[in-house]
Design a protein around this ligand. Sequence first.
Ligand code: COA
Length: 319
Amino acid sequence: MYAKISGTGGYLPERIMSNQELAATVDTSDEWITERTGIRQRHLAAENQTTSDLATMAARQAIEAAGVSANDIDLIIIATTTPDLVFPSTACLVQAKLEITNGCPAFDVQAVCSGFVYALSIANNFIRAGQARCALVIGAETLSRITDWTDRSNCILWGDGAGAVILTATETPGIIATHLHADGRHKDLLHVSGGVSAGGEGAHVMKMEGNAVFRVAVKTLDAIVDETLAANGMQKSDVDWLVPHQANIRIIQATAKKLGMSMDNVVVTVDKHANTSAASVPLALDTAVRDGRIKTGDVVLMEAFGGGFTWGSVLMKWA
Ligand code: COA
């Protein structure tokens, strides 16, 4: 038994904040942001919009694209770093919003920007083990709620959004392999300033040593590409599409170079929505599926790197 993606969906909140608009509030410029990151704008959730709202919108699209009904879903996993509440999980909130009443398991996964790759890997294993046949996997974030809008080296990077897929059981892959990793020694390079058990004064916001994170990300993503290809007996030239985590165009270009791949075969959406953490890979995938770039039989490599540090890949044949 294997799993394949049968439908994708994406949602970006209506409100767009351009680099120019941001430059009116912090000491930066459109030129600086575009040159260093490739980001031109980000979407921001409305005051009354939560992560589960964004996730539900993306899920509805994926359900429709897959041609299933909500109550066919027998597993819900949401990757998020910005859950609506401490509990219930965002996955349970989405289950209720989608009016899924069949009692299917629903839970969140926290692996920051690698969250979607982690969640997809877990859902793949559920299906391969025969414990699910139709999984809803979502990456959704309202990072604007944990952004320090006065820190110019940081606030330029983030945005809100959600991406979703329906993963169904199939006799041929589909998902060929997933590779997941973490190294918990680098908290100080990328973390949120407070939380529940550790407490912390005032608003909890993201803190990052951008330069150091950049270097580790490039090195780590190089290594996961090598590992994924070697473990699955594939050559660089076997990969038709790279769907990378959308953090920074320069990190994406470095991975494409490692693969010897033209940027024409790399899905880039970071310019439109900035880094949406767990939502970034499924948003990019949804874009390339809907505009017809990814076609049946294409080999797709998805990869991500994020806080933790966490990183991973999903290798699949589009079926
Ligand atoms: N606008 C203008 N100048 C800025 C700026 C901004 N938004 N942010 C920082 N600078 C300045 C710095 O103050 C510094 O000035 P100085 O040389 O006078 O001290 C200079 O630009 C260079 O700063 P540096 O931090 O070395 O820049 P950088 O080239 O590393 O770019 C990031 C900064 C954040 C864009 C880059 O490090 C990055 O993208 N890192 C990876 C972050 C990431 O993707 N994290 C998520 C991983 S999932």
